[in-house]
Write a protein that binds this ligand. Structure first.
Ligand SMILES: *Cc1c(COP(=O)(O)O)cnc(C)c1O
Length: 457
């Protein structure tokens, strides 16, 4: 088989600024060992997130110029609305400035004390918005999803039995929504099967609990269904996506992921009454319902991106490039989440740095080592992000200690990815020298964004 090439040519380029290892040691210290506090110009390969970092196409840039900035009833909104209606089959489309703004609106209305939101795995902003409303978020991930090195095709699936049990335990009346995150961002970018969504939908229906999709990576998930689930090989990705959304009552989406946009999001649904409440809140927090926190030009870029993302040449290359990096690391003995997910490579820091205890944040320590060694910026998805404290202020660790290396869409080429694998393997071979970290300053919510750390004694 020949090399799978990037299915695009480069028309506009951005420089990468190089730093030395000595400089990066100082820069990391100045950033308090938190990659979110490093300046982007001091990063060589930025794998912090795939969110809002996509390269837009020439078509999207052309769309930017066609954006109509009318306050009300902009044609850009109607194009945006039509594309989303076509993909999701949902008649009501509410634009927001990001995914979390859609979440804030939804959970402000449906949340509150004593309520539970169940999910395969809630993303951090989703969980934070649920908790901010006073409600509780509950992850019911399938068993195989909990072990990074077990290989299974749909490790993002929800545990349907656990869902049934949870409903019996807490009562359906206390569960306003079930949310399926596709792909499962916090759980390794692993996909959810169509069958699993059908099974979850049935349980939801039996208990009159609406099902929402957190649709940030719907195209990547749909492509996984095409290549991994029986009966889907000959279907178009757009058909698969349409089937997936047909099982749901609504969705939230960040357009910064599978819409190749640098900003944006939306809520879509069937329920008119819920939509009325959402729009009321939208007007006071985001904007008028035909722009909702976005410029007309953003609405255009999103509408075009949502169609481009379902092109199979693109998805083939996209999924393959993640797999390519994953396989290189496996061959070198580096512990990575398997199989490769949709948008990122996840290093298993617990195994990678088995000499560092979880309360010294091995994931964060590994993030620092990758930066120092090669100027690569990744993010910890482990106990810094999801850890809690018990009453004695002892850390209750997260289920997994992962480092996510998210690959921006259409941004880096194969040689960038080769460089990344070389750096990771070098760090792996010198892993015993890496030390743990302790927190010196933190906030109560989403602490990983702002926390300050220092090397453990
Ligand atoms: C990024 C993301 C969100 C939040 O979207 P923002 O646009 O960053 O606010 C929600 N859920 C998942 C799964 C995500 O990946």
């Amino acid at each position: 088989m020949k090399t799978i090439i990037e299915p695009f040519k480069i028309k506009s380029v951005e420089p990468i600024y190089f730093t030395t290892k000595e400089q990066r040691i100082e820069l990391l210290k100045e950033a308090h060992y938190n990659p979110f506090l490093i300046k982007a110009k001091d990063v060589i390969i930025d794998l912090l997130t795939d969110s809002g970092t996509s390269a837009m196409s020439s078509n999207q840039w052309a769309g930017i110029m066609q954006g109509d900035e009318s306050y009300a009833g902009s044609p850009s909104f109607f194009r945006f609305e039509k594309v989303i209606q076509d993909i999701t089959g949902m008649p009501i489309v509410i634009p927001t400035h990001q995914g979390r703004a859609a979440e804030k609106i939804l959970f402000s209305i449906l949340g509150g004390k004593g309520k539970y939101f169940v999910s395969n795995t809630l993303f951090d902003t989703t969980r934070a918005n649920i908790e901010f409303s006073g409600a509780e978020g509950v992850d019911l991930l399938c068993e195989e999803g909990k072990y990074p090195t077990i290989s299974a095709p749909f490790k993002g699936n929800m545990d349907v039995r656990a869902l049934e049990n949870f409903i019996v335990e807490k009562g359906a009346a206390n569960i306003p929504l079930c949310i399926i995150t596709v792909t499962n961002n916090s759980g390794g970018g692993q996909p959810v099967s169509m069958q699993n969504i059908k099974d979850v939908k049935k349980v939801c229906n039996d208990n009159k609990i609406p099902l929402f999709i957190d649709a940030c990576r719907f195209a990547e998930n749909s492509y996984f269904i095409k290549i991994r689930e029986e009966g889907y090989a000959d279907k178009e990705v757009s058909e698969i996506a349409r089937e997936l959304f047909s099982l749901a009552d609504g969705c939230t989406m960040s357009a910064k992921k599978d819409a190749f946009a640098n900003i944006g999001g939306f809520l879509a649904m069937h329920d008119e009454k819920l939509a009325l409440n959402c729009r009321n809140l939208l007007v006071i927090t985001e904007g008028f319902p035909t722009y909702g926190g976005l410029a007309g030009r953003d609405l255009e870029a999103i509408a075009i991106g949502l169609k481009e993302v379902m092109e199979e040449n693109y998805l083939h290359y996209r999924i393959r490039s993640i797999e390519y990096l994953t396989n290189k690391l496996i061959a070198a003995g580096v512990p990575v989440m398997q199989p490769a997910g949709g948008h990122a490579v996840y290093l298993d820091a617990k195994q990678f740095l088995s000499h560092i205890p979880v309360d010294q944040y091995p994931g964060q320590a590994l993030v620092g080592a990758l930066y120092i060694s090669g100027g690569i910026r990744g993010v910890e998805i482990g106990s810094l992000m999801f850890g809690k404290y018990d009453d004695a202020h002892k850390l209750i660790p997260a289920q997994m200690e992962l480092v996510r290396l998210a690959i921006p869409r259409r941004v880096y080429t194969q040689s960038h990815i080769d460089y990344v694998s070389e750096v990771i393997i070098e760090v792996f071979n010198n892993r015993k020298e890496i030390k743990g970290l302790v927190i010196t300053e933190e906030s109560q919510m989403l602490r990983h964004f702002t926390a300050k750390l220092k090397p453990a004694e």
